[in-house]
Design a protein around this ligand. Structure first.
Ligand SMILES: [Zn+2]
Length: 184
């Protein structure tokens, strides 16, 4: 693969190959996996093999693929689901009160009725909020997926410290990797 900047191939390596070799060296693991789940081809790389370990580690960090943010929110829950779950256990709960202390129903039933009234009053708003959250999560996942697909195609030139896509004209400084991956 020829670098579009220096027009040479001797310092060029696939970004995913550098990254996988870096991970393998770091964890001394057998075969690392690529972010799309496939097993990485652990082919020899002249460029990587002659690179000092600390340099390889630094480069691996800089060329890391896009990943979901740590502490990303859990998948949104449809607001009906906890209410359905509550509704399923309520009869058992009510039966317990009925057999133990029937007068307690006078307190519990209005509270339950109040809860359901409040829920159905707010349900539309809660569902709209849920759908918006779900959509935002899907968009974020899609963005990362697209970023990973692009990342898989990139090459790195050590001479120019930049990345490029085969067939593209220019070279992008490694620092601006994210800009390449998430370009619209
Ligand atoms: Zn180059």
């Amino acid at each position: 693969m020829i670098c579009p900047q220096c027009g040479q191939a001797d310092q060029v390596e696939k970004v995913s190959t550098i990254y996988v070799r870096g991970i393998e060296v770091k964890w001394r693991a057998g075969k690392a996996r690529l972010p799309d789940g496939t097993e990485a081809p652990s082919r020899r790389s002249r460029l990587v093999d002659q690179m000092p370990t600390n340099e390889l580690m630094a480069l691996t960090r800089r060329l890391a693929p896009p990943a979901a943010k740590k502490g990303a929110p859990l998948r949104a829950i449809h607001p009906d689901h906890p209410v359905i779950a509550l509704s399923l256990v309520t009869p058992i709960f009510l039966y317990g009160i009925l057999t133990g202390q029937p007068s307690g129903l006078l307190v519990v039933l209005p509270v339950l009725a109040g809860f359901y009234a409040f829920y159905f009053w707010q349900r539309k708003r809660l569902i709209a909020k849920f759908l918006a959250t779900q959509q935002a999560q899907k968009a974020a996942e899609q963005r990362i997926h697209t970023g990973v697909q692009r990342w898989m195609k990139l090459y790195y030139c050590a001479r120019d410290d930049g990345v490029f896509e085969p067939g593209a004209n220019g070279l992008t400084p490694a620092e601006q990797l994210a800009g390449v991956l998430f370009r619209e």
